[in-house]
Ligand binder design. Structure first.
Ligand code: KIV
Length: 298
């Protein structure tokens, strides 16, 4: 008899004819320790923190070995669901994608974004929503966009046991007030305001702060000013870590912002694969014998 257990890679099963070996191996694979908020906080000024967004189970399984932190970003609304911005993203969407990412990752810290409208008002409502995300996904922290009023809520959540990552600079959830996705920190007023927001976010107890779309001097000033690691996106090499929207860096779109480096051309690859499949179906080359079931010989 073969004893089977699921390995951390999705769809992969391992087996052994020795039940004790199977039990111990399964336990070993399960007991990989996840990176947690204090581990990330301790990386300030040290080895750069590697982060990517992840929204689905198979992609999370691939990134898990490579990244320190996986962000289930509310960018999922634009990237996966085709929304024009992140304002329409719901708590239920974040929970569903958070669950998928948690199911196939073992080692990387998983942070789930709190969507627009779920935390900016009453801190008690923010707490209920954050607790729901934590309970229903099993993630290690939530992220909020820290405008001028949000640091009080960060403090409220952290005091009650919820690790929080902040997010300053370009705040995509404020796109309708800002009138577009524009780089920040290029004027003295804006620099002063964003630096103050970063200070308030850090003082409120955030374990790390995403710094998005700001000019390099401001990113360096924030990184120097706060004791927590900064995670940059479009914020120069002056941050303690970096994050990109994974679909951008994998080349799934024909346009990407200036700060994205494309490490693959998945749009081209997928297009080529779909065309090859279509040509095979039309020419009756697919399915072939290798892809066909036949009757058992009696
Ligand atoms: O939602 C997201 O993907 C983010 C990153 C841009 C940091 O917040």
């Amino acid at each position: 008899m073969l004893w089977r257990w699921r390995s951390p890679s999705p769809g992969r099963w391992k087996s052994s004819s020795n039940p004790q070996e199977a039990f111990l191996s399964a336990q070993r694979e399960e007991s990989v320790r996840r990176i947690a908020a204090p581990d990330i906080a301790a990386r300030k000024g040290g080895e750069p923190i590697v982060c990517l967004t992840a929204y689905t189970a198979p992609v999370a399984a691939i990134f898990d070995d490579v990244c320190d932190l996986l962000l289930v970003g509310d960018s999922v609304g634009m990237v996966v669901h085709g929304l024009p911005n992140t304002v329409g993203v719901t708590l239920e969407m974040m929970i569903l994608h958070g669950q998928a990412v948690m199911r196939t990752s073992r080692r990387a810290m998983v942070v789930v974004d709190m969507p627009f409208g779920s935390y900016e008002g009453d801190p008690r409502v923010a707490y209920d929503n954050a607790a729901r995300i934590m309970k229903e996904t099993g993630c290690q922290a939530v992220k909020v966009e820290s405008g001028p009023t949000v640091p009080d809520t960060i403090h409220y959540l952290v005091q009650r046991g919820i690790p929080v990552m902040g997010h300053v600079g370009l705040r995509p959830q404020a796109v309708l007030v800002d009138g577009g996705f524009k780089a920040k920190g290029r004027t003295e007023d804006e620099r002063t305001r964003i630096l103050a927001e970063a200070h308030a976010t850090a003082d409120a107890g955030a374990f790390a702060v995403v710094v998005e779309g700001v000019a390099e001097p401001l990113a360096r000033d924030i990184t120097a000013a706060i004791a927590q690691p900064t995670i940059g996106i479009g914020a120069s090499a002056g941050c303690d870590g970096q994050i990109l929207v994974s679909d951008d860096m994998l080349g799934l779109f024909d346009w990407t912002p200036k700060f994205v480096r494309r490490y693959a051309d998945l749009r081209g690859e997928i297009g080529r694969a779909a065309s090859a499949y279509a040509a095979d179906v039309r020419a009756r080359r697919f399915p072939g014998e290798a892809e066909t079931y036949f009757s058992k010989k009696s």
